[in-house]
Design a protein around this ligand. Structure first.
Ligand SMILES: *[C@@H]1O[C@H](CO)[C@@H](O)[C@H](O)[C@H]1NC(C)=O
Ligand SMILES: *[C@@H]1O[C@H](CO)[C@@H](O)[C@H](O)[C@H]1NC(C)=O
Ligand SMILES: *[C@@H]1O[C@H](CO)[C@@H](O)[C@H](O)[C@H]1NC(C)=O
Ligand SMILES: *[C@@H]1O[C@H](CO)[C@@H](O)[C@H](O)[C@H]1NC(C)=O
Length: 468
């Protein structure tokens, strides 16, 4: 008995220690010093035999003081290794300085602590270093033994344009174009001025919808093509990047997207998620709650929404009176943030702020989540005060109808759930923990998806580089 008691105490103290460790997030400066000291003992440059791919641009982030050079990569977990890099200050490449640049997994853990992602071989990393006042790199060359990688440099500043920018995680095999119409119109009504969509693949109808809004200048479609292969001499030693990254590459995309935000407020939300305050317009509410305060993010609790009639089989009239489904589990959350101060974003909550005295707060509002087929879960339906639009719904519903007519020239196809069902079936077959397989629908489901639809794929050159 006593023995068990002792183990119990030991276990509780262990959990406590892990808890403290997990919640104590050392800031960047501190981390750099520590990894710097460690490297004197055991550091080595990352070389050509290491599986790594680089986002094509490095960023000089002037939101930090001193400014930081940040390099985004996907790679095998790093242990005390660093990147050997030359920063070129002039276009003619004459003036340069060599640096050892250390990395940190974006999620703080490598491999990922998130169970479904833990079997993924490639993790997103940020390699970063503080710059001196006179250092203004125009280009970065990374030396990997007998290979080199050249990155262009982009600059990130504090945001001053009032508005909300919405980032979308990469669109893979998307078929519910109706969601996109409701999403864009609702977010715009709440003050969103720009949408950034990373595109991998979708149905023709979805592509047409995206093109329509792109041509109106509302959304920017950015390519999110398949990842490059590793160099031939190491390719057969490691999994293909496309097959072993899926969920984690989302994480990278959203953090790169955030750097491209020019407005005061930003968010990352899927096509079936709209965040609304209980009263008024989101932009006004968020500005009031966050401007000149220590609140760097507002967190909204998830509310699954049921619309009758359904937007997939009928028209948008169901948007007028949404009903809410109640789950017996803690709701997931999502958030909007002050784009000048977010350092690293996680999917559901901020990971860290540039000014470490900033904090997150719960919002007086809701994340309206109109997840496809949520009605089939047969849950209790309740009334709540939340609405999609901050003002009279009728003109918005008419506008969404007219928009759909315009996109398809009045010739709308009957909606088929086959693409969605096929993707779900493919993803569910993979049990990440047991099979130790990374849920990489991009690579693993392609063959099955190609059987049910003629997909529009992004065909751009890879955005990630492996060097030559
Ligand atoms: C590359 O790095 C690995 C691990 O750090 C090391 O074992 C290997 O000797 C290096 N190869 C070369 C050619 O330097
Ligand atoms: C780099 O070195 C490796 C092993 O030494 C070799 O297999 C590979 O072909 C070399 N790559 C280049 C680009 O020279
Ligand atoms: C964002 O943060 C900056 C820096 O702390 C602050 O000056 C600004 O008022 C904040 N803006 C909003 C909209 O929260
Ligand atoms: C929308 O669909 C509903 C149900 O199918 C129907 O009753 C209603 O008349 C439709 N509204 C418009 C404007 O077509």
């Amino acid at each position: 008995m006593e023995e068990i008691q002792r183990y119990k105490i030991l276990l509780i103290s262990l959990i406590f220690v892990v808890f403290i460790f997990y919640f104590y997030e050392p800031d960047f400066e501190y981390l750099e010093t520590v990894t710097g000291i460690l490297s004197i003992v055991a550091g080595e440059p990352i070389n050509a035999s290491f599986p790594i791919t680089f986002y094509q641009s490095a960023y000089v982030d002037y939101r930090f003081n001193p400014p930081r050079l940040r390099i985004f990569t996907l790679n095998k977990c790093v242990k005390n290794q660093f990147l050997l890099a030359d920063l070129h200050f002039d276009r003619d490449i004459s003036a340069s300085v060599r640096k050892n640049i250390y990395g940190k997994p974006m999620e703080s853990h490598c491999p990922s602590a998130y169970i479904p992602a833990s079997p993924c071989f490639y993790s997103p990393y940020i390699f970063s270093i503080s710059l001196k006042p006179n250092e203004d790199p125009k280009k970065v060359t990374i030396f990997l033994g007998n290979r080199t990688v050249e990155l262009n440099v982009q600059k990130v500043y504090t945001k001053s344009t009032e508005g909300i920018t919405v980032c979308l995680q990469p669109v893979y095999y998307y078929s519910q174009w109706q969601n996109i119409v409701l999403y864009i119109e609702a977010w715009r009504a709440h003050g969103a001025t720009r949408f950034i969509v990373y595109f991998h693949s979708a149905t023709k109808e979805t592509w047409k919808t995206l093109e329509y809004y792109r041509d109106l200048g509302i959304i920017e479609i950015k390519p999110w093509p398949s990842f490059p292969s590793l160099p031939v001499d190491i390719a057969d030693k490691y999994p293909k990047i496309d097959d072993s990254v899926f969920i984690l590459s989302y994480f990278m995309a959203m953090n790169i997207c955030i750097l491209d935000i020019k407005t005061t407020i930003g968010t990352v939300a899927d096509f079936d998620e709209v965040m609304v305050p209980t009263n008024g317009r989101l932009l006004d509410y968020a500005t009031k709650e966050m401007a000149n305060t220590k609140v760097g993010a507002l967190i909204f609790q998830n509310h699954y929404v049921s619309l009758t009639p359904r937007i997939y089989t009928s028209n948008f009239s169901g948007v007028r009176s949404p009903k809410f489904l109640t789950f017996n589990r803690p709701p997931k959350v999502d958030y909007i943030f002050n784009a000048s101060t977010i350092a690293v974003a996680q999917v559901h909550v901020p990971d860290s702020f540039i000014d470490s005295s900033m904090r997150s707060e719960y919002a007086d509002g809701a994340l309206l989540h109109f997840r496809y087929k949520v009605e089939s879960e047969n849950l209790k339906i309740t009334e709540k005060p939340f609405r999609f639009f901050p003002d009279n719904h009728s003109p918005h519903i008419t506008n969404m109808e007219d928009t759909a007519q315009k996109i398809f020239n009045g010739a709308m196809l009957t909606f088929s759930s086959k693409p969605y069902d096929t993707l779900q079936k493919c993803v569910r077959k993979i049990i990440p923990v047991e099979d130790k397989v990374c849920r990489s629908t991009g690579g693993i489901c392609k063959e099955e998806m190609d059987k049910v639809n003629d997909w529009v794929y992004d065909k751009s050159d890879p955005l990630f580089l492996v060097g030559a």
